[in-house]
Design a protein around this ligand. Structure first.
Ligand code: OTU
Length: 647
C-alpha cells in the first residue's frame, strides 16, 4: 500500500545510518534489504491494523525494524548458512528421516552439560529433532514446569548458562538434530523484571499486563471466559496484595498474561524472540498461542488479532532470521487448530485431534470417529506439517468436533464423560490408570494425566502380574506409535515412552508440584533401563522395558527407510471393518499402506481392498519382513499394525 511504502521511505534514513555504522559486507546488507522489501508491506499492514491508532505506533515500528536489522547483522554466520539453506528448501522438515523427542533437561540428565553427553542416546533411538522443555530462569517455588519465566535471556542456573545452550545447539546442528525451544509469549512470571516494575508502581510496565483497580472489568470479561486452570483458582484474575489490584492470569496465579494491545509488548517480545533465535534454536514452540489477544465479549481465545500477531512475528522472522520456524501449541477445537498453520504463520503444529482420537479409538476399539475426523481434517497447506504425538508433558483433553461425533450418532458430552471415566480407570473393564487434571465441578469437564504406558494398560498389567495384559499393553503402545510414525508429519515422542515409563505418584511429596497432577507423567529418566538393555537382561519387568525400546527403535529406523512416509499426503482406505484403521501414503512414486487393528480380537478383512489401493498382488510388511498375497482374506492379530508395500 501507499502507506506501507511511504513509511518505509521515512524509516530508511535510520536504517541506512544503522548499516553504515556496521562492519558488514554490501552483500549481507543487500540480503536483508531484499527480504525487507518483500515482507515489509505485509508486516506493515499487520502492525498498522493492530497498533495504527496508538500514539506511539511509529516509534515502536522504527525500533522493531532496527532490531530486525541488528539481528541479521549480528547473526552468527553458521546460522545465516542455515537460513539460506532453508529458504531454498522450505520442505526440509517433511522428510521421512525426521523423528522428534521431547524432554526436561533436569529430569532427563540434570543439566545442559550432561545433556550433551546424551547425543549418542538420541542417535541410538533415531531422533533428529529435540524439544527441550522450557529451561530459562524461573521464579522460585512452583514454576509450572518452566512456563513461568522470569528472564528469557538467561538459563535456569540449575541447568546451565546461555553459553551451554549455544554449545548444545552447535553440537546438535553438527549431528543433524533440530533444536526446538519454547517461546512462552502469552505470559511472564510474576517476578519477571517487567512485572516487578509494574508492582513497584511503574505505569509504563503496568501497561505490559492486564491490571485492574477493581472487579468492574474483570467481571465483564468473566461473563464470556472459560476457566483453564479451575483447580488453581476460580476465574481468570488474581488479586495482588502488594499492588491492591487484579491481574489477568489465565493459567497459574503467578503467570501474568501479557498485554499485546500495547505495541511496546509486541516490540519487547520480538526482542526476546530474536535473542532466542541467535542461540541457535531451529524451531520456536509458541506456547498457549490461543490466548494472546483479549477482546471484551468473547472467550478471548483464537481471536482474529491473535492470528495477526502470529503472522507479524512470522514476517519478522522471514526478514531477520529466515531459517527459524514456529510450532503452534493450540490445544483447541480442530477448526481453530488449523487456522494457526501456514507458511505465513506457524509452519508446524501439534495435532491434538489425532492424539485425542487415537486414545478414543483405543478405549472404544472403534475407529469411526478417528476416520471421520481424518477424512476432512488431515490435509494442510503446502510447506507445513503436523507434529504427531501421543503424550506430552501436558494433559489429554478430548478436543474432537461435536458435529463430527453427532454425524455418527455419538453424543459428544456423554462420550467425553465416558472417556474420562475410562482413562481414570473408573469404567468397568478399563485397562487405563490415568488421573484427573483440572476437573471443573461446574461444567463436569476434566482432562487426563498419565504416562503413555499407564494409560495403555501396562501399569495395571504389571501390578496384577498379568502376562497377557502386559502383552496387550505393549501392543497398544506399538499400535499408536505405528500410526504417529507413519500418518504424515513429524512424529514426536515424549521421552520415557521408549521405556514404557509408568506413572510416578511421588510428585505429591514435592510441595511445588503436589497441586498439579501433570507431574504424574513427568518422571525422571531411569538410565538403569538402558544399562539393563545393554547388558541384555532377559527376565522380569526389565525385559518389558527392553522390548518396548527395541520395538520402537526398530519402528523408527524402518520409518526412516521409507520415502513414502515423507510429506503429508494421506488417503484413507476402506476395509469395511470398524476396528481397522487403514490409509495409504504416497510420495514421489513410493507407496505404503498402513493398517492397524484397534481391538484385542484378531480381525479379518478382504485383501482386495488393498489391491484397489494400489498394492498389487503381493505385499510385504516393512516392520516384520513378512509377505502376504492380496487375493485372499487377511488376518490381523490383536492390536497388530502392518506397514505394507508392494513386492
Ligand atoms: C501450555 O498448555 C503448556 O504446554 C503448559 O505446560 C503450561 O502449563 C501452560 O501452557 C501455561 O504456560 O492449558 O494444560 O491450548 O491447553 O496452551 C495445558 C490451550 C494448557 C492450553 C495450553 C496450555
Amino acid at each position: 500500500s501507499f502507506e506501507a511504502e511511504l513509511s518505509l521511505q521515512r524509516l530508511t534514513p535510520r536504517l541506512t545510518d544503522f548499516w553504515d555504522s556496521q562492519d558488514v559486507t554490501p552483500e549481507l546488507r543487500r540480503e536483508f534489504e531484499l527480504r525487507l522489501e518483500h515482507y515489509w508491506p505485509e508486516l506493515f499492514e499487520l502492525l498498522f491494523d493492530l497498533y495504527g491508532t496508538r500514539y506511539d505506533f511509529f516509534y515502536h515500528l522504527e525500533q522493531i525494524l532496527l532490531t530486525a536489522a541488528a539481528t541479521w547483522a549480528n547473526r552468527p554466520e553458521t546460522l545465516r548458512e542455515v537460513d539460506r539453506h532453508r529458504v531454498n528448501e522450505p520442505d526440509w522438515f517433511q522428510s521421512e528421516k525426521i523423528v522428534g523427542g521431547a524432554l526436561y533437561v533436569d529430569l532427563f540428565s540434570e543439566n545442559l552439560g550432561k545433556l550433551r553427553e546424551s547425543i549418542d542416546y538420541f542417535k541410538q533411538l533415531g531422533l533428529t529433532y529435540l524439544h527441550l522443555m522450557p529451561l530459562f530462569a524461573v521464579r522460585p517455588g512452583d514454576n509450572d514446569g518452566g512456563y513461568a519465566i522470569s528472564n528469557y535471556r538467561s538459563v535456569d542456573p540449575r541447568l546451565g548458562t546461555i553459553e551451554d545452550l549455544r554449545l548444545l545447539a552447535d553440537e546438535l546442528r553438527a549431528v543433524g538434530i533440530t533444536l526446538v525451544l519454547d517461546f512462552v509469549f502469552n505470559h511472564t512470571s510474576d517476578d519477571h523484571y517487567w512485572a516487578q516494575q509494574a508492582q513497584a508502581g511503574n505505569r509504563e510496565y503496568q501497561q505490559f499486563y492486564y491490571i485492574f483497580p477493581d472487579r468492574t472489568q474483570p467481571d465483564q470479561y468473566e461473563r464470556t471466559l472459560r476457566e483453564i486452570f479451575p483447580t488453581v483458582r476460580r476465574g481468570n484474575f488474581t488479586w495482588h496484595d502488594g499492588m491492591q489490584q487484579w491481574v489477568w492470569t489465565t493459567f497459574n496465579s503467578f503467570q501474568w498474561d501479557l498485554n499485546y494491545s500495547n505495541p511496546a509488548v509486541f516490540r519487547a517480545m520480538a526482542e526476546e524472540m530474536f535473542f532466542l533465535a541467535q542461540t541457535g534454536v531451529d524451531i520456536l514452540r509458541l506456547d498457549a498461542i490461543a490466548f494472546i489477544w483479549k477482546e471484551m465479549g468473547t472467550d478471548c481465545e483464537n481471536q482474529p488479532n491473535a492470528h495477526k500477531l502470529v503472522r507479524a512475528f512470522n514476517r519478522l522472522t522471514r526478514i531477520a532470521t529466515p531459517g527459524l520456524l514456529f510450532k503452534s501449541e493450540a490445544i483447541v477445537h480442530p477448526d481453530e487448530v488449523v487456522r494457526y498453520i501456514g507458511e505465513d504463520r506457524c509452519q508446524i503444529s501439534y495435532n491434538p485431534t489425532l492424539m485425542a482420537l487415537l486414545w478414543e479409538s483405543l478405549a472404544t476399539r472403534q475407529v469411526r470417529l478417528l476416520t471421520k475426523s481424518l477424512s476432512h481434517r488431515h490435509q494442510l497447506p503446502k510447506h507445513t506439517a503436523w507434529v504427531n504425538y501421543l503424550r506430552c508433558h501436558d494433559d489429554i483433553g478430548w478436543t474432537f468436533d461435536d458435529a463430527d461425533a453427532a454425524s455418527l450418532g455419538i453424543n459428544a458430552f456423554d462420550h467425553r464423560q465416558f472417556l474420562n471415566a475410562f482413562y481414570t480407570g473408573q469404567y468397568e473393564g478399563s485397562f487405563a490408570r490415568g488421573i484427573p487434571f483440572q476437573a471443573n465441578p461446574d461444567t463436569g469437564d476434566m482432562r487426563i494425566a498419565g504416562t503413555m504406558a499407564s494409560l495403555a494398560g501396562l501399569e495395571q498389567a504389571v501390578e496384577q502380574e498379568d502376562a497377557h495384559g502386559t502383552e496387550m499393553a505393549i501392543r497398544r503402545i506399538m499400535l499408536l506409535q505405528g500410526v504417529t510414525l507413519s500418518i504424515g508429519g513429524i512424529p514426536l515422542l515424549y521421552l520415557g515412552e521408549e521405556w514404557g515409563m509408568l506413572n510416578d505418584y511421588d510428585f505429591v511429596k514435592d510441595p511445588a508440584k503436589a497441586a498439579d497432577t501433570r507431574w504424574v507423567h513427568r518422571p525422571k529418566m531411569r538410565w538403569e533401563f538402558l544399562q539393563e538393555l545393554n547388558g541384555h537382561v532377559e527376565e522380569g519387568v526389565n525385559s518389558i522395558r527392553s522390548r518396548i525400546f527395541l520395538l520402537l527403535q526398530k519402528m523408527i529406523s524402518v520409518r526412516k527407510s521409507l520415502p513414502a512416509l515423507a510429506g503429508q499426503q494421506m488417503e484413507l482406505v476402506r476395509v469395511n471393518n470398524p476396528h481397522l484403521l487403514s490409509f495409504v501414503r504416497v510420495n514421489t512414486g513410493h507407496r505404503l499402506i498402513v493398517i492397524g487393528n484397534f481391538s484385542e480380537q484378531a480381525q479379518t478383512f478382504d485383501g482386495n481392498h488393498l489391491r484397489t489401493a494400489g498394492l498389487g498382488r503381493f505385499f510385504e510388511d516393512a516392520l516384520t519382513g513378512e509377505s502376504y498375497p492380496t487375493s485372499s482374506t487377511l488376518q490381523l492379530e490383536p492390536y497388530q499394525i502392518l506397514w505394507l508395500s508392494r513386492v
